[in-house]
Design a protein around this ligand. Structure first.
Ligand code: PHE
Length: 375
């Protein structure tokens, strides 16, 4: 190759490098010149066929060109990077004078029912209870029969049950009317009855559980909705008596309503699954137009409870001569209404954003016993 051709090739390559507009094209150019099959590499391989004199002259020239090309490519690379950065800085400009978008955690609200379930769970966890759950669609057996409701007993009607159509086996499922069937599920699991395989918790006697969840009855007015929430409590041990029940309920109510003292009274009542059965009233003051729990001389009915009926223990596979215990059930929505002053239960399930913004809780304010339940 003559000097002139070499010079021309050099000039061509250098002007190509300057003209390149992006990284990829530059890389292609690098491969096309300095790569194994590149034009400059091809020149270098011609040296072997030259005479020693020729090589002495051409060798340094070709090598100089190679180095120059490499240097120019590197320079252009740096330039392109700078241009690219410049473009990005221009396109990704942020207007810091714009108001901040509020984070989801600061706009979203926890529903009072969820909040109250968390509060109840925190209180009972502190007393050594665990939490169990059961399905909303329940069998007649677990919702009624195992709980000692005799067949055709009027107590079944008391519940305004939503029944499903009978299935191919003639079995009529229902929407559970209370959380009490979870008592049976929990005890059968504790007793490791083979038919209790579907229960996922691993509770063994002594049993101390609470069971929150949705419940259903065909009923609707200011304080009733067809779907509502209950929390069930169950304690089974070898020595358990009404004194324990009373203490647990008093401690719970004091913590829940965040008062130092609370008076409760037991009134005789009837539930097929407890004997004796009682309703619990809590001391309150209605004088100021506003309900205050834990003071005053009025009474408010708040929950149902009793000692677990021997038939229920037997139906769950526990020996009533060995085990005994107490159960209680209360309406979560009602507790929420009392604590946070909401007048109409139906609004709980209207999905009205204004309501949830007013009555809802901030997601990061988790109820704990040490940090405060509702602060
Ligand atoms: N299951 C009862 C109800 O829904 C409440 C209850 C639970 C009563 C446990 C006694 C024991 O009315």
């Amino acid at each position: 190759m003559s000097d002139i051709n070499l010079e021309q090739l050099g000039e061509q390559i250098l002007s190509d490098i300057k003209a390149v507009k992006d990284k990829n094209a530059l890389e292609q150019l690098r491969v096309g010149t300095l790569g194994k099959k590149g034009s400059v590499s091809a020149l270098l391989s011609t040296l072997g066929k030259m005479s020693p004199d020729e090589r002495k002259i051409m060798g340094p020239k070709i090598n100089a060109l190679k180095q120059q090309v490499a240097k120019e490519i590197e320079t252009r690379q740096t330039e392109l990077k700078a241009i690219e950065l410049e473009l990005r800085l221009k396109s990704e400009k942020i207007d810091i004078s714009l108001p901040l978008q509020p984070a989801p955690t600061s706009t979203g609200r926890i529903h009072p029912v969820s909040q109250v379930i968390d509060e109840i769970s925190a209180i009972f966890s502190g007393m050594g209870f665990s939490i169990a759950e059961g399905p909303d669609i329940e069998t007649d057996e677990l919702n009624f029969t195992a709980l000692n409701f005799p067949p055709d007993h009027p107590a079944r009607e008391m519940h305004d049950t939503f029944f499903f159509e009978p299935d191919e086996n003639g079995e009529r499922k229902l929407l559970r009317t209370h959380t009490s069937p979870v008592q049976i599920r929990t005890m059968r699991k504790a007793n490791k009855k083979p038919e209790a395989d579907w229960i996922t918790s691993t509770i063994e006697p002594p049993i101390r559980v609470i069971m929150p969840g949705r419940t259903y009855r065909c009923d609707s007015d200011q304080t009733h909705t067809p779907m509502f929430h209950q929390v069930e409590g169950l304690v089974i041990d070898k020595v358990t008596h009404i004194g324990h029940l009373r203490w647990v309920l008093e401690e719970f109510l004091k913590s829940f309503f965040e008062v130092d003292n609370i008076k409760i009274r037991f009134r005789p009542s009837f539930f097929p699954f407890t004997e004796p059965s009682m309703e619990v009233d809590v001391q309150c003051d209605r004088s100021g137009g506003e309900m205050k729990i834990g003071q005053g001389t009025d009474w408010l009915e708040i929950l149902g409870c009793g000692m677990v009926h021997p038939n229920v223990l037997r139906n769950a596979g526990l020996d009533p001569d060995v085990y005994q215990g107490f159960a209680f059930g209360m309406g979560i929505d009602r507790l929420a209404m009392l604590k946070y002053g909401m007048a109409d239960l139906r609004a709980f399930f209207d999905a009205d954003v204004r309501w949830i913004e007013h009555y809802g809780f901030r997601p990061l304010d988790m109820p704990t016993l040490f940090g405060g339940l509702s602060s």
